[in-house]
Design a protein around this ligand. Structure first.
Ligand code: AMP
Ligand code: MG
Length: 417
């Protein structure tokens, strides 16, 4: 029996040019979870993908309790003064049954005794030497939290693939669970290759550029439950590149690179993937983005993003991110598109989907989407100005000021806005 987790040649496809949605559907449809399952304590579970459903093992709350500090009584509230027959604090177990015609002093979280069904807020009660006078018109059940009103025992509260948020951790803790089964982090190796690239911190000469993509990709990967191995800038020597990639493929789930992924000749990384496994050049009808390489060596996926920083960034969000989610056992989710009036006009070529760098501006009429003026896919300044992407669909040829555009905030991709 094969222990392989991925399909053979999972990125093969018949078409020549892919639409954006076709590319996303192929990635999320073909890739499956490759990571192991681990039980981790709650403190280590935030941001991880859940591996097994969680069912509430008991009711929350476990007992009927007071939502405020005040006086417990049986509705309807009797007229006149009621003697205070008991005092029940949070943490008191099984208080005695409340006698008819009496009230009990009670504190937030304390169990409401048998014989009572409502709690009056202390601020609304008048205290007299003989007892208390209750406010009028309180409904039966007022200020009482019922058993299981937050979550009922047996309810499935989290499904596999959910990304655990602080509020989910709170729910798990409220059931008394101290640990949870999650997927192990996706093991990602990042590398660069190109004679012009230099590592930041070192010297540079005209004709060379600092390798900004590798650091950017590591920062993007850090928004997901992954571990990263930095393979550095690989020198332009085929045998060394091939050896480094073969080694990385043995103990990583994904090898990610940018630049030099389209042609061959000078593109040693893709040549190495071709020799070690299988690879396909995907022409996706989007801008920014040039062809991208999608490949695999056994169960290790290879993704070659475009070299231009803006294209590398956008293609990471659109394609590498859902690939990592699928490999890591998460549920890939389409980012929400907000329809907002455009604060600019611009024409566009038909036949491809474009992702412009944009941000929101508040006007007296409400928020409008603005666009970075220059489109160059090498301009990191445009990425920095932006807080999201303006998506213009394949068949659109014109965005007109005041008409609705689709805005995808970066926080939809796990990046702070
Ligand atoms: P390529 O895809 O290799 O043709 O590269 C396209 C552009 O992206 C060129 O200007 C490269 O210098 C630039 N580029 C490629 N890799 C990187 C990188 N790691 N960091 C910054 N720029 C890069
Ligand atoms: Mg290059």
């Amino acid at each position: 029996m094969s222990s392989r987790k991925l399909l053979n040649d999972c990125f093969a496809h018949g078409g020549t040019r892919l639409r954006h949605d076709e590319a996303v559907a192929l990635i999320t449809g073909r890739l499956s979870c490759v990571t192991a399952v681990r039980r981790v304590p709650l403190r280590a579970a935030t941001g991880r993908w859940l591996a097994a459903p969680v069912t509430a093992p008991r009711d929350v709350p476990l007992h009927r309790n007071a939502a405020v500090d005040g006086y417990a009584f049986a509705a309807p509230a009797p007229e006149g003064t009621l003697p205070v027959a008991a005092r029940i604090a949070a943490g008191d177990l099984a208080p005695r049954r409340l006698a008819p015609g009496t009230a009990a002093r009670i504190f937030t979280g304390a169990p409401v005794p048998e014989g009572a069904d409502s709690v009056a807020m202390q601020e609304d009660c008048s205290i007299t030497p003989d007892g208390i006078t209750l406010p009028h018109g309180l409904k039966r059940g007022a200020n009482v939290r019922q058993i299981g009103e937050d979550v009922a025992k047996g309810a499935e509260i989290l499904s596999p693939g959910a990304r655990l948020r602080p509020q989910d951790i709170a729910a798990l803790a409220s059931f008394g669970l101290a640990s949870v089964r999650v997927q192990a982090p996706v093991r990602v190796a990042v590398l660069s290759n190109g004679d012009e690239l230099r590592d930041p911190g070192g010297s540079i000469a005209p004709g060379q550029v600092f390798d900004s993509n590798r650091t950017m990709l590591k920062a993007l990967i850090a928004t997901l439950p992954c571990t990263v191995t930095d393979l550095g800038i690989l020198p332009d020597q085929a045998p060394r590149i091939e050896a480094a990639i073969a080694e990385a493929a043995r103990n990583h789930d994904l090898i990610l690179t940018s630049g030099g992924v389209s042609q061959g000749e000078e593109d040693h990384v893709v040549a190495a993937i071709d020799r070690l496994g299988s690879r396909h050049l995907w022409q996706i009808a989007i801008k920014p983005g040039r062809p991208m390489s999608f490949g695999q060596i056994g169960d290790c996926v290879f993704l070659g993003l475009p070299g231009n920083p803006v294209a590398a960034f956008v293609c990471f969000l659109l394609y590498a991110r859902p690939a990592i989610v699928a490999l890591g056992g998460g549920t890939p989710d389409e980012p929400t598109r907000y329809h907002l009036p455009a604060g600019f006009s611009q024409t566009k070529k038909p036949g491809r989907r474009e992702f412009w760098r944009g941000w929101l501006e508040t006007t007296p009429q409400g928020p409008v989407a603005r666009k970075f003026a220059r489109d160059g896919s090498g301009l990191i300044s445009g990425l920095r100005r932006a807080s999201g992407l303006i998506e213009v669909l394949e068949d659109e040829t014109q965005v007109t000021e005041g008409a609705a555009v689709r805005f995808l905030p970066f926080d939809q991709f796990g990046i702070q806005g």
